[in-house]
Design a protein. Sequence first.
Length: 331
Amino acid sequence: MHAIRILVLTLTCLALPAAITAEPLRIVTTFTILGDFTEQVAGPRAEVVSLVGPDGDSHGYEPTPADVRELADADLVIVNGLNFEGWMDRLIRASGYDGEVIVATRTVHTIETDHDHGHDHDHGHDDDHGHGHDHGHGHGHDHGHDDDHRHDHGPEDPHAWASPAVAKRYVEVIRDALMEKDPDHASEYAERAEAYLEQLDELDQWIRGMLESIPAEHRRAIVGHDSFAYFGRDYGVEFFSALGISTDSEPSASEVGRLIRQLREDEVRVLFLENITDARMVERIADDGNGVIGGTLYSDALSHSDGPAPDYISMTRFNVERMMQAFNKAY
């Protein structure tokens, strides 16, 4: 009996170092919204770093030496894709990272854009069909970046996370990637993802209930850049912008004039600032067109932890409440 006890204690002690030294996955995401999705699924099983921080603009981001080090030490890299991070391929090459690169938008039904006028053209609603399990990993493949065209975001709008209905696609891709990367904890990832997907379903229904009280013709607004097209498509809000889908572009005089005319002719009454863009252009359009500024929306980045939008669900609720207040005030 004494010998059995010693054997059990010995085996337990041998197992302890493995448990103690088991390190969480080191995951690098490109921006904070993607980082939040990843944290929701990974929980304590991963340390998640977002290269572009709170209130940061991913469009014109300039990587730092610290970013190179983060990628060099990463177990997994998750990007938005759709040419949103035009700087990412160069950063990956500089870091020497040769692991998996997960493209979070690969199952998204995208919106095509018209670069000449900054308008979006919807080609169907995102739904629960066609969600394959191809994670888009493997360094050396096309990650949706084009180094030679940093200011041209291509024919597809990359801001797919703006709609919670579409954000579910991100979560599913991240879930599948983590389950494959760390199969020993696959059930944990699946459970956490399922719980978060239910929260996104509840958020989706809440938004629809909130906006249905606003007449469709009043759900129109001008924003800093075209970052809300997916939200607009799925929830019946029409957004206009002089900048198009990239903050790197410059508004044309004709586009600014068009927006001012819309305000003066009462086609649109509300304008929103964005947490990542310079407010001066929108403020000037509002002044010239006598429009109502409805405050600041969070578009391409979360707020700091002490702000109103430290996570995706808080951000979306804040944005919708701000929209409701502005639409009710303007009409």
